[in-house]
Design a protein around this ligand. Structure first.
Ligand code: NAD
Ligand code: UDP
Length: 336
């Protein structure tokens, strides 16, 4: 089976490539390296002991996509490529809309031209906006509060319209909760450019001494300790979710939507404590104001993925922290 992975040099993409290769699939990656480096893919090949094919292609370059699809007969596409920083998306919304939405349209048009009609799309728990209750099931109403979230929601809608127009499509929408952790080898992991936006890379950069202290965004939420609660999921469990989706759904046309989370929430303070325990490092932090747009609590009901994909998470919070720490301490400057 030959799989095209867009954005495969990135954080979740690189971990998914390892799983695909280890499952015997042939992998072709395209990435414009806007937020990643080719080094991740070299390490993916080292870990899995198998080669993959890489092309530096931007999804906005339609002619290159066409040429790629002329050269390869893909069985499915896993579509990670996109810009993902919420704050940046507020500052440069048009770039986000062009990159994420136009990029996806180019991809789908090219797929249709070449009769490749299976796509697994990286959606996000952000499409639930501010949920009225937790845990969140796939049936909850959707909403978006920033341009990044709107790109995810619009793309979901575009893909549903595509299926309605042509029932030969097989569309899998995977709504990720909060991916953290790294491959056990310590060779690949999350390598944010500049100051991390997300909690886990920020904590690990404080632990390794690159950053002085963590700002905890608010301790007056209606949660047990007042800090925000999220469903952190190990990136390897998430990567396995993509392989299971292909295993179970290849050939089954339709639009299939799944939450990928653990079903358990951890607060910011619990994450700090867990990280201190496994790393043996002290995480200095300071309570500051809430970050605009943040919600109090968010965690998944992933029963549907268990029932239909035979998928559940296997890696707990200690493993998430230990694997993050191994990657961060062995690669303090990421892939550089
Ligand atoms: P990432 O930035 O590490 O990976 C995305 C990759 O896409 C990068 O390598 C980047 O260079 C590439 N890319 C971006 N625009 C491109 C374009 N026009 N053409 C070709 N390549 C392009 O991000 P990630 O954390 O691995 O996320 C992967 C996907 O999952 C994204 O779509 C993201 O929105 C989604 N997602 C991520 C999270 C998270 O917290 N990490 C949560 C929910 C959903
Ligand atoms: N958070 C924090 N300090 C940071 C980054 C995040 O206190 O430097 C908190 C944030 O308010 C939220 C949780 O950590 O409650 C997870 O934030 P992240 O940005 O990782 O994920 P998201 O908010 O997108 O779910």
């Amino acid at each position: 089976m030959k799989i095209l992975v867009t954005g495969g040099a990135g954080y979740i993409g690189s971990h998914t490539c390892v799983q695909l290769l280890e499952h015997g699939m042939d992998v072709v990656v395209i990435d414009n390296l806007a937020n990643s480096s080719e080094e991740s893919l070299k390490r993916v090949q080292e870990i899995s002991g198998r080669p993959l094919e890489f092309h530096k292609i931007d999804l906005l370059e339609r002619a290159w996509l066409e040429a790629l699809f002329r050269d390869h007969q893909f069985d499915a596409v896993i579509h990670f490529a996109g810009l993902k920083a919420v704050g940046e998306s507020v500052q440069i919304p048009l770039s986000y809309y062009r990159n994420n939405i136009s990029g996806t349209i180019n991809l789908c048009e090219t797929m249709a031209n070449h009769n490749v009609k299976t796509i697994v799309f990286s959606s996000s728990a952000t499409v639930y906006g501010e949920p009225e209750q937790v845990p969140i099931t796939e049936e909850f109403p959707t909403a978006a509060y920033n341009p990044y979230g709107r790109t995810k929601l619009f793309i979901e809608e575009i893909l549903k319209d595509l299926y309605n127009s042509d029932n030969a499509w097989n569309i899998v929408l995977l709504r990720y909760f909060n991916p953290v952790g790294a491959h056990k080898s310590g060779k690949i992991g999350e390598d944010p450019k500049g100051l991390p936006n997300n909690l886990m890379p920020f904590i690990s950069q404080v632990a390794v001494g690159k950053l002085k202290e963590l700002s905890v965004f608010g301790n007056d939420y209606s949660t047990p300790d007042g800090t925000g609660v999220r469903d952190y999921i190990h990136v390897v469990d998430l990567a396995i979710g993509h392989v299971k989706s292909l295993d179970k759904l290849l050939g089954k046309t339709g639009v299939h939507t799944y939450n990928l989370g653990t079903g358990r929430g951890y607060s910011v303070l619990e994450m700090i404590k867990a990280f201190e325990k496994v790393s043996g490092q002290r995480i200095n932090f300071n309570i500051v104001d809430r970050r605009p747009g943040d919600i109090a609590e968010c965690f998944a009901d992933s029963t549907k993925a268990l029932k239909e994909l035979d998928w559940k998470t296997e890696r707990d919070i200690d493993e998430m922290c230990a694997d993050t720490w191994r990657w961060q301490s062995q690669n303090p400057d990421g892939y550089q």
